[in-house]
Unconditional design. Structure first.
Length: 74
């Protein structure tokens, strides 16, 4: 009886490893697919957000420089 349980446990372990490997492979294929528009649009959205943040930081820096320049001129 113990031998059958050990064999079943080993088979379940192998099947779990194979399932995990298959899931990893399918994830890689899905992420590398150039026709995956959802992933591309999500990345573009992230880039747009980062550019917006950089633009607002640049605006604040410009305002600070203008304030400093006005103080220096006076």
């Amino acid at each position: 009886m113990e031998i059958a349980i050990a064999i079943l446990a080993a088979l379940v372990g192998v099947l779990v490893l194979l399932q995990g490997w298959q899931m990893l492979q399918s994830r890689r294929k899905r992420n590398n697919n150039p026709h995956n528009l959802d992933g591309i649009s999500a990345k573009l959205g992230d880039i747009d957000k980062k550019l917006g943040d950089i633009g607002s930081q640049m605006g604040r820096m410009e305002q600070r420089l203008n304030d400093i320049w006005d103080k220096v001129k006076d």
